[in-house]
Design a protein around this ligand. Structure first.
Ligand SMILES: Cc1cc2nc3c(=O)[nH]c(=O)nc-3n(C[C@H](O)[C@H](O)[C@H](O)COP(=O)(O)O)c2cc1C
Length: 221
């Protein structure tokens, strides 16, 4: 698949069929993604791929917790600064509006929003997921490396006919994820990623992007 096509067709898919994803395909994708760049080639990502009964168990534990209104686990990193400033705040609000209006959910229907959000911890029905952990001792530059790696994974998944949804939502219940995956203590969960074949019946609004001149400055002669 052409790289432009992979970039344009990747989006956060929030509805998957139960068609299994073969381990062979995931291994091929992750072996290729290992060639992602990282500062000084430290390759800070630690990836757990979860399918089958361990994933079913994790989905069950997490959705039950969230549905019961359990408090989130202590934050191990700041997902968004409090009082997100302009223009980021407006972009986030526009995303929320589009996400829920595509599902026919109004702004003040808190319960319906909650139900839609809980689908996060069911991996939106996906039969496979990966979890990206980073060493506690590493800093922002290594977290950025992990972002490049995860985008590489998502583009390669497109080349395999697969879709994905990166999910920091999993960090909110990191203790439950740790309970199932048993990572070493020195690792912090950054995010999960649902992986599977798209359920094309699930409605969505394609997210927009800021115009180029809002985010790019050309300095030339
Ligand atoms: C690090 C990261 C974490 C994200 N966490 C979530 C999440 O927890 N749940 C979710 O539904 N989408 C999540 N997303 C998806 C974003 O909402 C999505 O990428 C953004 O709105 C742009 O839309 P697009 O990916 O469809 O182009 C996350 C994306 C990134 C990069």
């Amino acid at each position: 698949m052409d790289v432009y096509k992979a970039v344009a067709s990747r989006r956060a898919v929030r509805g998957f069929t139960d068609q299994p994803v073969s381990r062979e395909v995931i291994e091929r994708v992750l072996a290729a993604a290992a060639w992602s760049p990282s500062g000084s080639n430290v390759q800070p990502w630690n990836i757990y791929v979860v399918t089958g009964s361990p994933l079913a168990e994790l989905k069950k534990l997490a959705t039950e917790r969230v549905a019961a209104g359990d408090a989130w686990d202590d934050e191990e990193f700041v997902m968004y600064p409090p009082n997100l400033k302009s223009p980021y705040d407006e972009r986030r609000a526009a995303f929320g509006r589009d996400r829920y209006s595509a599902l026919g959910i109004t702004r003040d229907d808190w319960e319906a929003r909650q139900r839609a959000a809980i689908a996060n911890w069911d991996c939106f029905g996906a039969p496979a997921a990966l979890f990206c952990y980073l060493d506690r001792d590493l800093g922002p530059a290594q977290w950025a490396d992990a972002g490049m790696y995860l985008q590489t994974v998502m583009l390669l998944l497109r080349a395999e006919g697969l879709h994905s949804c990166p999910q920091m939502a999993w960090a909110k219940v990191h203790e439950t994820v740790d309970q199932v995956l048993s990572p070493p203590d020195d690792l912090v969960l950054y995010c999960g990623m649902s992986i599977g074949y798209e359920d094309e019946t699930v409605p969505y609004i394609r997210t927009g992007r800021a115009p180029l001149d809002e985010t790019v400055t050309f300095v030339d002669g």
